[in-house]
Design a protein around this ligand. Structure first.
Ligand code: ADP
Ligand code: MG
Length: 558
């Protein structure tokens, strides 16, 4: 029996890959630039151990050049280059990654900034190009090589001339078709925006010759076209900078640049975690509720970067729904990516990061509540409802995180108070946390049901959001004090008049029976109550569901 090896049909494989791995053609530029960045990283690592090599940051860069006449786009770098063998292995074999090998070999030297790993990114250039030409001169060699391919039919390699060490990749951009506009990959402006979108934080400068029209000197109203070499990328991401180097304005400007909202951020969090999980994040709590926040269109999520390269625009898994208003981004070097460089759906690392982020937001909000009450109330005005939904959802699983962040209007203080504030000033004989539901604070204040509780000098929380009572039902109690609606049948208040009331009810049994008959189907019982002081009559609830809740439940679609 002989064992045969599978041979990949590279022509078909290439086709398949080009058309199925990547959902957007523009990412070819991200892939080529990432490769260039890796190549510069490699020469940098080499310089760490090779005394003959100086790594002078100024001399290392990536350049993107366009030639509309020849329809070519060139990405060149001053990186480590490729030997003939490397050209064959790394560009000639699909799914072979020289960068992965480099990382594995250099593990001890901390090569985790290197981006490449799958050995397919390079081929994405065939999504937009008919011919790809690679001219490269490897470090330590006098000869340069030219690799050329039209994609499916294989490639050629020959020696050639190149002065400096590094690689130059030229794409012959495809002609436009009816479905696809390829011209945009020859357009300065488009290219700049693609670079900014995906590669803004590549650590080496990405240069381009950009034509700009400027007012002509010494003449009025006249403009001249000036071509200038510009660095397109920001390089050092703000989240990798030290907090102490950054001002509030820096964060605000970033918020605006990223178009996280039209408002100002109310608070920012700059997180750098370096332990079992490693990530950097910048998060913002907006000042105002986004206009579409309570609609289906609103999509929660944070931007997700892997090593400074954008992977996902809105990663919803990073935020629980109740913190869905948080904006910002996360950058981690530990994510497991799939072959098209998307995050794996059930990445363990991502889950850990999400949990960590959730805790950071919770403690940030607690700090704000403690130290900047006014600001917190502004926040609560915008997003408090979301926190209450958070308490209610998932069967109360998040209540420990959220209960101390809740605010309710207090009859006593005439302002918003926390549950802790309420409980800490409860008189000793008070057993429950009392609340009253209604349409507005004014209306609740006039409710007859509140009279006895008020009279006892107990504080009442006013619930005017529909969600309030549902959330509180999910909490059940706070610091071992149960919640009780002022409209519930038994208020749990010791009252010497209680007995008298029972006697009166018994005495006038017939009268009450008659009232019950008249109101039959509308009320369950009619009796004398001690809770009223100035009002003659009121409604109260019997079970757990109060009248307000019943109204809401009735209004819900079945
Ligand atoms: P990956 O980057 O995931 O390894 P690619 O298909 O993007 O896969 O690239 C394959 C390999 O080709 C890289 O690992 C690297 O060894 C080599 N390579 C690609 N571009 C360059 C470049 N500009 N300079 C040096 N080597 C490169
Ligand atoms: Mg790559």
């Amino acid at each position: 029996m002989t064992k045969h090896e599978f041979k990949a049909e590279s022509k078909r494989l290439l086709d398949m890959m080009i058309h199925s791995i990547y959902s957007q053609k523009e990412i070819f530029l991200r892939e080529l630039i990432s490769n260039s960045s890796d190549a510069i990283d490699k020469i940098y690592y080499k310089a760490l151990t090779d005394d003959s090599l100086q790594f002078d940051k100024e001399n290392y860069y990536i350049k993107v050049t366009v030639n509309k006449d020849t329809r070519t786009l060139t990405i060149s770098d001053t990186g480590i280059g490729m030997t003939e063998e490397e050209l064959e292995n790394n560009l000639g074999i699909i799914a072979k990654s020289g960068s992965l090998a480099f990382k594995t070999e250099n593990e001890a030297k901390d090569g985790h900034d290197i981006i490449g790993q799958f050995g397919v990114g390079f081929y994405s250039s065939f999504m937009v190009a008919d011919v790809v030409t690679v001219i490269t001169k490897p470090f330590g060699s006098d000869v340069a090589f030219k690799w050329e391919s039209e994609g499916a039919d294989g490639y050629t390699i020959e020696t050639t001339e190149k002065e400096a060490i590094g690689t130059e990749i030229t794409l012959k951009i495809k002609e436009n078709t009816e479905e696809e506009n390829y011209d945009e990959y020859l357009d300065d402006y488009q290219l700049q925006s693609i670079i900014k979108k995906y590669s803004d934080f590549i650590r080496y400068p990405i240069k381009m010759d950009v034509t700009e029209s400027r007012p002509k000197e010494g003449s009025e109203g006249e403009f001249e076209q000036i071509q200038e070499e510009k660095v397109i990328n920001r390089m050092v991401p703000i989240w990798r900078k030290n907090k102490s180097e950054l001002t509030d304005q820096d964060y605000e400007q970033f918020y605006q640049e990223k178009r996280y909202g039209f408002d100002q951020p109310l608070k920012h969090l700059h997180i750098s975690v370096d332990g079992a999980i490693r990530y950097n994040a910048i998060l913002f709590i907006p000042e105002r509720t986004p206009f579409d926040y309570y609609t289906k269109e609103y999509e929660k999520g944070l931007e997700l970067y892997s090593n400074g390269v954008l992977i996902m625009n809105k990663c919803g898994d990073l935020l629980p729904d109740y913190y869905g208003f948080v904006k910002g981004l996360v950058d981690s070097e530990d994510l497991s990516l799939n072959i098209s460089r998307e995050i794996l759906q059930h990445d363990r690392q991502l889950k850990l990061i999400a949990k960590n982020i959730k805790n950071k937001i919770t403690s940030q909000l607690k700090t704000m509540l403690e130290n900047e009450r006014e600001k917190y109330e502004q926040f609560y005005e915008a997003f408090g409802k979301q926190l209450k939904y958070g308490v209610y959802s998932d069967f109360g699983a998040n209540k420990d995180d959220l209960q101390d962040l809740l605010l309710f209007y207090s009859s006593k203080e005439q302002k918003l108070v926390t549950l802790d504030e309420y409980v800490s000033r409860m008189p000793e004989d008070q057993k429950y946390i009392y609340y009253a539901s209604g349409e507005s604070y004014d209306r609740i204040a006039k409710m007859p049901q509140t009279e006895l509780v008020q009279d006892k000098g107990y504080e009442i929380l006013y619930f005017i959001d529909e969600i309030d009572e549902f959330a509180i039902k999910m909490l059940m109690n706070y610091k071992e004090k149960e919640f009780k609606s002022v409209a519930s049948g038994d208020l749990g208040i010791e009252d010497e008049n209680n007995k008298e009331a029972e006697e009166t009810t018994a005495e006038h049994k017939e009268l009450f029976e008659h009232m019950k008959q008249v109101l039959s189907g509308k009320v369950k019982d009619v009796k004398v109550s001690t809770r009223l002081k100035t009002h003659p009559v009121c409604l109260s609830a019997q079970g757990d569901v109060t009248i307000e809740m019943e109204k809401i439940l009735k209004a819900m679609p079945d």
